[in-house]
Design a protein around this ligand. Structure first.
Ligand SMILES: Nc1nc2c(c(=O)[nH]1)N[C@H]1C(S)=C(S)[C@@H](COP(=O)(O)O)O[C@H]1N2
Ligand SMILES: [Mo]
Length: 334
């Protein structure tokens, strides 16, 4: 179950084949144009995605360290690690709207219609509004950030995402003083998502963050990966990436961002309260009730003799985010 399907008997379509070509080309062009400075140049230079995925990472331009106010580079730690192959990252997925098997999203998500797409920003903000996806992409400079993503099931990946800090959007809509949490509602469309309506989860898939977590510069609103628009199965056209939390906090295909006063209910917390808390920070010291969280398997290192890696506190981002939880009992607030 933890082994990615290498040659799983189907040909993975290129994103350009599963998004109407004109829309795809236009959005990819926009991502390239919008990409800020060095990241843009780097993206243009990486013509070959496959080549990129193979290459061990050299030092990359990294604005993130400055943003995060960190001395050592956040992405720097991850850039030392080999990127997960694009093929694995786009064929071994969790996206339950399209099925519960890891290969289902890549197989089924071609039905997702990512254009037109709007994201409603509502609730306790001074400037609520509806953003068309094209406007949302242009709202701030796109950056490439290489983040580890650690799934609660025990595997991890290293992915170069393209997007900008969610904080950029939040600052623009001006949260009211009473706003304490942000809720992310994702698409639940029975017509295009075969598992919406199944009893696996309570649809739509909803996630949430505390406002300060949502404002943290590491929290990324992502539109692309590996220099391309997101494949549908990875949460097109816009998703969250919260790298210090278990993967399920990184909601895919977002349609609504709502600012609220009380901690919102979240999909996995509703499904199994004792197993998935609201915080869900990666923590090797707090086991899942049914398995240890002390180690992980890096996708792509799945050989018989591949050693498991030690899972790091906050997925390795402790220096950047530890302060958010100062004084909190992380066993209680799991
Ligand atoms: N809408 C939605 N978002 C979702 C999920 C989902 O089922 N539905 N699965 C989550 C889980 S469990 C993980 S590990 C990550 C996986 O992201 P990836 O497939 O891009 O690696 O997406 C998260 N976002
Ligand atoms: Mo996950």
């Amino acid at each position: 179950m933890l082994i990615p399907p290498r040659d799983s008997g189907f040909n993975h379509p290129h994103p350009s084949e599963i998004t109407p070509r004109a829309v795809y080309e236009e959005r990819r062009q926009m991502l390239k144009l919008m990409a800020g400075g060095a990241a843009g140049a780097a993206m243009a230079a990486w013509a070959g995605r496959e080549a990129l995925a193979q290459q061990a990472q050299v030092v990359r331009p990294n604005k993130l360290a400055a943003l995060a106010g960190a001395k050592s580079t956040v992405a720097g730690a991850a850039t030392m690690e080999k990127l997960t192959d694009y093929k694995d990252a786009s064929t071994y997925n969790n996206f339950y709207e399209f099925g519960t098997d890891k290969a289902d999203p890549a197989r089924n998500a071609h039905t997702l219609k990512t254009s037109p797409w709007t994201v409603d920003v509502e609730g306790l903000v001074k400037k609520p509004g509806k953003y068309g996806i094209e406007d949302l992409i242009k709202l701030s400079a796109q950056e490439e950030r290489i983040y580890r993503l650690r799934c609660v099931e025990g595997w991890s990946m290293v992915i170069p995402w393209v997007g900008y800090s969610l904080a950029e959007l939040i600052k623009r809509v001006e949260p009211q003083g009473s706003a304490k949490y942000v809720e992310f509602v994702t698409l639940a469309d029975k017509a295009t998502m075969p598992f919406v309506g199944s009893r696996v989860l309570d649809w739509p898939y909803v996630e949430g963050l505390r406002l300060d977590e949502a404002m943290h510069p590491l929290t990324l609103l992502a539109f692309g990966m590996y220099g391309e628009v997101l494949p549908n199965q990875n949460g097109a056209p816009v998703r969250l990436v919260v790298p210090w939390k278990y993967g399920f906090k990184s909601a895919k295909s977002i349609v609504k961002i709502r600012f609220v006063e009380k901690e919102p209910g979240t999909a996995w917390n509703k499904a199994a309260k004792q197993e998935y808390g609201f915080y869900s920070n990666v923590n090797p010291e707090v086991d899942h009730p049914r398995w240890s969280q002390a180690t992980e398997r890096r996708i792509g290192e799945d050989g018989l003799f591949a050693k498991k890696r030690k899972t790091l506190m906050f997925n390795g981002y402790e220096a950047q985010v530890g302060q958010l939880y100062a004084g909190m009992d992380l066993k209680k607030f799991y």
